[in-house]
Design a protein around this ligand. Sequence first.
Ligand SMILES: Cc1cc2nc3c(=O)[nH]c(=O)nc-3n(C[C@H](O)[C@H](O)[C@H](O)COP(=O)(O)O)c2cc1C
Length: 373
Amino acid sequence: MPSSALAPLFQPFQIKSLTLPNRIVMAPMTRSFSPGGVPGADVAAYYRRRAENEVGLILSEGTVVDRPASRNEPGIPFFHGEAALGGWRQVIDDVHEAGGKMGPQIWHTGAVKSFQTDWTPDAPVESPSGLAAPGRPLGEAMSEAAIADTVAAFARAAADAKRLGFDTVEIHGAHGYLIDEFFWGGVNLRTDRYGGATLKERSRFAGEIVAAVRAAVGPDFPIILRVSQWKSQDFTVRLAQTPDAMADWLQPLVDAGVDVLHCSQRRFWEAEFPEIDGEDGLNFAGWAKKLTGAATISVGSVGLSGDFISAFGGETSTPTSLDRLVRRMERQEFDLIAVGRALLSDPAWARKVHEGAEAELHDFSPAALATLI
Ligand SMILES: Cc1cc2nc3c(=O)[nH]c(=O)nc-3n(C[C@H](O)[C@H](O)[C@H](O)COP(=O)(O)O)c2cc1C
């Protein structure tokens, strides 16, 4: 594709205090290269390479808040404590020196077991109702005090992100982890104010986190929230079956202070409600933008033939055309596009795309997961 055809991808974008040179976002990807929870010089250099090569906004791997059992793999970085925050300061300083912009993705893994390791945290895992999946008990149901402490931990992490100099913060509310477990009726069986029959009721926990984060970072610092219909426990789950249900889920979160909804899909070109607007209809980010008016990020198999679950199954993906992406961006269906594996395996992917150097794009091999390229 001639580089002029890619113009919609290389338009600047601004939201509050954040100005980006283009629409390409590095998707958050757990790498587990932070022994003892502390990101080191290799992690800083990994992110810096993306900043040097035209990634508009870098989102960090999921990095966990200050709660016992908030991570499910030992190499996942903390976003609390002096040593880990010192590591993150190096990361953002390096990224800024290279001209990049970045936000950490703050996370609590809830009752989801990692499929990569048998490691378990010292403390019992926590979730809304002590379930890893519907009918699968694991760990403890959270008390109201645990909920309040978790809300405060997210707010502290966001305040630390701003204090260290990050440009934004992303709250991980997707993929079946803690915040998403509250959204999901199959595992949130609570009868107090954090549960309920509707998505609006089950959005209360996330809404409290967003409001506390907003209070911690002030009015001008952009807050991103990542959400997904699918769960890592069950790819077929759909929280919102209709646009009305989606509005019920997402509008309270935008009202609480979210500026950008990061709508996670495995394949960005799949219509969210094809029964309403056809197979080429709006995707999840498109509907979220239309319903709430918030800016949105889409994601899912950009530039690659297979989806990311196939990568965990050991499959190699090959480069594919960006035509479909450009078409959707031209019609301003969503504002930004996140790219995962293509950027994990090639720090220069965005620059190569910008320069029209298609022949230099390479396959994604799962072997890339084993190193910080
Ligand atoms: C190795 C790996 C780790 C991931 N870790 C996270 C994570 O920490 N947080 C998150 O929200 N998504 C995570 N994801 C999902 C990605 O952000 C992205 O949504 C997914 O890979 C689809 O994008 P892609 O098809 O461009 O790779 C991960 C994906 C991969 C491949």
